[in-house]
Design a protein around this ligand. Structure first.
Ligand SMILES: *[C@@H]1O[C@H](CO)[C@@H](O)[C@H](O)[C@H]1NC(C)=O
Ligand SMILES: *[C@@H]1O[C@H](CO)[C@@H](O)[C@H](O)[C@H]1NC(C)=O
Ligand SMILES: *[C@@H]1O[C@H](CO)[C@@H](O)[C@H](O)[C@H]1NC(C)=O
Ligand SMILES: *[C@@H]1O[C@H](CO)[C@@H](O)[C@H](O)[C@H]1NC(C)=O
Length: 468
């Protein structure tokens, strides 16, 4: 009997010896940074602080939040492709019958057990996405019990009138008020033009979203030999002797991150196809895309994001200008990744000294980049600002009466000129004065490119008229 076991061990290790990769499903320290589909728990590193948020000598007056929705089911247009992974899985199983050396058995078993779950509400919040929104609301309430109280007139909610946003509103208000929230008539607005200004910005749609130049750096990155080698490696890992097309690899990645965000404690089956380095390359590809689409890669993005900063400053202005408590005391905007990224760009945070490009992935600044979609816009990612009134000499670090604490995913935001997220109100107003004064979205009215060419010829004509 002992001999038999010994023989089996030899056999098993012989098979193992020929393996290319170790088991990816039992990775000790797995990589969960999935760009815009990262779960909040993984993005907001360290345990979330749910204690009372105190600034000694200061009292919170007003609360402003811009929050992305939680994890959601695949969108309607993705479903057919993702469902097709069932076929891919069958092919992997056939490969497995012929030659079991391409993948470790436990990885294969996990993948084998995966099956497509019909999506009844495409794009709507998953149960986890709903609960994470509730948790976020409760967490804010625990930090600011005097501001986020039971009086509905202290709130103004803003969210678009689509299914996912409505679910987010329900989840958030349940987190604040409990199960009876639905019967409260909480003040709310649905103006999509305010919530998603980019969708109505002609110049952005034309020059950025529909312009293929926007994804050119991503395309350069994906055309690199390294990226193509990765594609072959992934295909081999699935037992395939030919390289999978990009679209299949993309779908595997989508399923990997959707499943992970849906159930944080379970191994996500399609993730067994990818090494940590693969996941980091996918992450960078999406960082490149968002950098140009919603971030510093195009100047117009900051100019659109100004609307959020302006709203925050004006809201706090209302609370500093007048005596006594004002209503609403809390503005809560439930929105999407682009709004969050544009707002962060307008605030000037997460700005790298050099632009991200398809060529500089392996440089130190890019490996340590500040523009990281996984931490900036994970599911339920959020920016919060709290206005405080401080008593003179109540806190030796605080000199001004009004202070604003800026936070990102419930942690102090790094803002130049502030102390761990805490800024003098006059400093903050000054810092964003120019941005806000020019924040009329006139930049949206015409094509940026046309504009600059036109502007140039006009200047030439004016010059000619004046001097000749
Ligand atoms: C899932 O959806 C497909 C196509 O829409 C349908 O044929 C199938 O019966 C559904 N399965 C379940 C379990 O609902
Ligand atoms: C962008 O689109 C134009 C016209 O469709 C095409 O000629 C050009 O090659 C494209 N550029 C890139 C980078 O894909
Ligand atoms: C592909 O796999 C080989 C062999 O395991 C490895 O040396 C190489 O670094 C991988 N390349 C990429 C781009 O992942
Ligand atoms: C500030 O107060 C004015 C007057 O009450 C109101 O119209 C405006 O909407 C408020 N602005 C914000 C951002 O709350």
């Amino acid at each position: 009997m002992g001999w038999l076991i010994f023989l089996m061990v030899i056999l098993v290790s012989a098979v193992h010896g020929q393996q290319q990769e170790s088991c990816l499903s039992v990775e000790e320290n797995p990589y969960f940074y999935f760009a815009t589909k990262t779960a909040y728990e993984f993005a907001a590193q360290g345990p979330s602080n749910t204690r009372l948020q105190e600034v000694p000598g200061c009292e919170p007056l007003a609360f402003w939040l811009l929050s992305r929705h939680g994890s959601h089911y695949p969108e309607a247009e993705e479903i057919k492709g993702l469902q097709g992974l069932m076929d891919l899985k069958r092919i992997v199983a056939v490969n497995w019958k012929n030659n079991q050396r391409f993948m470790c058995p436990s990885d294969f078993n996990i993948l084998e057990q995966w099956s497509w779950n019909n999506v009844t509400k495409p794009g709507d919040l998953t149960t986890e996405g709903y609960m994470s929104t509730q948790r976020l609301a409760q967490s804010w309430k625990q930090k600011y019990p005097t501001l986020l109280d039971g009086n509905r007139f202290n709130y103004l909610f803003k969210y678009a009138d689509d299914e996912r946003s409505v679910s987010s509103f329900r989840a958030f208000t349940e987190g604040l008020f409990g199960a009876q929230a639905e019967s409260y008539d909480i003040p709310r607005e649905h103006d999509e033009k305010i919530l998603r200004p980019y969708k109505f910005c002609t110049a952005w749609l034309k020059d950025v979203e529909q312009n293929n130049e926007t994804v050119s750096q991503k395309a350069i990155f994906e055309s690199k030999k390294e990226y193509q080698d990765m594609r072959s490696n992934i295909s081999k890992r699935m037992g395939s002797s030919y390289d999978y097309e990009d679209i299949f690899i993309q779908r595997m990645y989508e399923m990997c991150r959707y499943d992970k965000a849906k159930d944080l404690t379970k191994i996500s089956p399609w993730c067994v196809a990818f090494t940590r380095q693969d996941l980091q390359r996918f992450e960078y590809a999406e960082d490149l895309e968002t950098y140009y689409k919603y971030g510093y890669g195009n100047e117009i993005n900051q100019k659109i994001g100004c609307t959020s900063v302006k709203n925050m400053i004006e809201f706090f202005n209302n609370h500093t200008d007048k005596d006594g408590p004002q209503q609403p005391r809390a503005i809560i905007q439930l929105t999407e990744a682009p709004s969050l990224l544009m707002a962060l760009s307008a605030l000037g945070v997460h700005r790298d000294a050099i632009p991200l490009t398809g060529d500089n992935y392996h440089t130190n600044p890019v490996q340590a980049r500040k523009w990281s979609t996984s931490t900036m816009a994970p599911f339920a990612g959020n920016i919060a600002a709290v206005l405080y009134r401080c008593t003179p000499n109540g806190n030796f670090q605080v000199k001004e009466e009004y202070q604003v604490l800026l936070m990102e995913n419930e942690k102090p935001m790094y803002i130049e000129g502030c102390r761990v997220g805490l800024c003098d109100w006059s400093f903050l107003k000054k810092k964003y004065e120019e941005l806000i004064n020019q924040c009329d979205l006139s930049v949206c009215n015409s094509g940026q490119k046309l504009n600059s060419v036109f502007g140039f010829s006009l200047a030439v004509i004016v010059f000619l008229l004046r001097y000749f």
